[in-house]
Design a protein around this ligand. Structure first.
Ligand code: JHZ
Ligand code: SAH
Ligand code: ZN
Length: 412
């Protein structure tokens, strides 16, 4: 466990006061076998807002190696929507940021199974993925994508520069918010990047989390939830600045930050507009997070009550998609095997195992149609379109979906 009981901001080292505790939480992607139940790891998941740098953050977190290792169970390529999304992201970088370079070099951290880098590789562009989880990185390497199986930090950045030279672009998706020692990452980016190089990364956006009460974006891997204010503070510390923003619909609402060395590239108007929007939304006021906690408590009791009512009527319920986010929903709301018979999922290494904490069986999604429940809780609301399209027959046969984003509702 990192930082136990110190309660200091990961970015600016100020003292932080947790505004909320989710209680004892397991590792969100630790799908486990029965033999491992008795030794399962839990930590108290407390969340704090730093008044100084405006970063929303976990106070304690398991060690990175406990979460990201050769048994990591999130494979990016499982979603068709995300495959398309990363193809567009890669094309955007190539078209708008690499044209002026003779022999461009792109570095991606958290490259996972190569879902984004393969598009650079296919165009013959020099590329390097940094991916510490050996099983997912192997999938990328099997496709000929250059990958280093390590955690990115400042010292690795120096090594990359001495082996390959500086990079034109540093890209990342859904990984920057996972790294507690993020100051070292930003220092590493500075070492790695050419003077006019570009940084583009995207993560779930705090504005969307607050507006939709998607508290399930808070789990062990997500050290931070970013706003433009907090990212501006983080990079300003190292003479870099946010120059552009590209909001995304992925993962329930994300923000892509475009960053360069201070003064190296023109600043777009939308940065100031978004900062103004964040002030109006209260993303820099601690009172907002007290309201958020109250909203979370209401969401929790409403969902629990709905599941209890349905079970009281003797109807069956299953979960659909064993997402990381569902680990927070299930454990925070006290959902158990009394509520859910199982959770259907497409990921082979999750199937046949049990969910973290609540130990609900994970079953191959192909079996869903053999034994439709009366209700299915959609734990991947971010993949709603893709899942609804694939599972049309469920509703046609009278099945009902339960969704809780943007509000708790029954569909069907
Ligand atoms: P999905 C992970 O979050 C973890 P998760 C991580 N911390 C993060 O930030 C984001 O990804 C990027 C299943 N599924 O994408 C497969 C189906 O069963 O919302 C996976 O188990 N059927 C890095 O885990 C899970 O959903 C389907 O049709 O919350 C993935 O969930 C689809 C599309 C997915 O990410
Ligand atoms: N970019 C992909 C994968 C996100 S999952 C997508 O958006 O779908 C987050 C990934 O980051 C995991 O595969 C994890 O192993 C990796 N990761 C975690 N810490 C890292 C670090 N310090 N450096 C590089 N990768 C890291
Ligand atoms: Zn701070």
């Amino acid at each position: 466990m990192l930082k136990k009981n110190k309660k200091l901001c990961w970015i600016c080292n100020s003292k932080v006061n947790p505004f909320m505790s989710f209680g004892a939480m397991p590792i969100a992607n630790n799908f486990l076998t029965i033999e491992k139940f008795s030794t399962e790891y839990f930590f108290e998941m407390e969340v704090a807002f730093c008044d100084r740098c405006k970063m929303l953050q976990l106070v304690n977190q398991p060690e990175p190696q406990q979460m990201f290792n050769e048994n990591y169970s999130f494979f990016s390529g499982t979603s068709k929507l995300m495959a398309k999304h990363f193809e567009k992201f890669a094309n955007h970088v190539m078209k708008d940021y690499l044209q002026d370079s003779k022999d461009p070099f792109v570095v991606e951290i958290g490259s996972n199974d190569g879902i984004m880098l393969k598009h650079f590789a296919n165009e013959g562009i020099r590329h390097l993925g940094i991916e510490p989880s050996a099983n997912v990185s192997q999938v990328a390497m099997d496709q000929g994508i250059n990958t280093i199986v390590e955690f990115f930090d400042k010292s690795l950045a120096k090594k990359i520069v001495s082996d390959h030279g500086q990079a034109d672009a540093y890209v990342a998706a859904n990984v920057m918010c996972h790294i507690p020692y993020i100051n070292s990452i930003v220092e590493g980016i500075k070492v790695l990047l050419k003077p006019d190089g570009i940084v583009m990364f995207e993560d779930p956006y705090l504005g969307d989390v607050i507006q939709q009460t998607t508290y399930d974006q808070i789990y062990d891997e997500h050290t931070f939830l970013f706003s433009v204010h907090s990212i501006q503070y983080l990079f300003n510390q190292f003479d870099m600045e946010v120059i552009d923003l590209e909001p995304q619909e992925t993962h329930g609402g994300s923000m892509r930050f475009v960053i360069a060395r201070r003064g190296a590239r023109p600043l777009q108007d939308n940065v100031h507009k978004q900062l103004e929007f964040e002030r109006k939304l209260g993303l820099i006021d601690s009172a907002t997070f007290d309201r958020f906690r109250t909203n979370c408590e209401k969401y929790r009791s409403d969902l629990k009550e709905m599941l209890n009512d349905i079970r009281g009527q003797g109807k069956s319920i299953a979960g659909y998609a064993a997402t990381s986010k569902s680990t927070t929903i299930i454990n925070y709301c006290g959902i158990t095997t009394e509520h859910l018979d199982c959770i259907y999922d497409t990921t082979p290494i999750k199937q046949g195992k049990f969910s973290p904490g609540a130990h609900i069986p994970i079953v191959d999604y192909k079996k869903f149609r053999d034994n439709y429940p009366d209700y299915a809780v959609l734990f991947a609301y971010n993949h709603e379109k893709e899942i609804m399209a694939k599972e049309q027959d469920f509703m046609a046969r009278g099945g009902k979906w339960i969704s809780y984003v943007p509000e708790l509702r029954v569909i069907g």
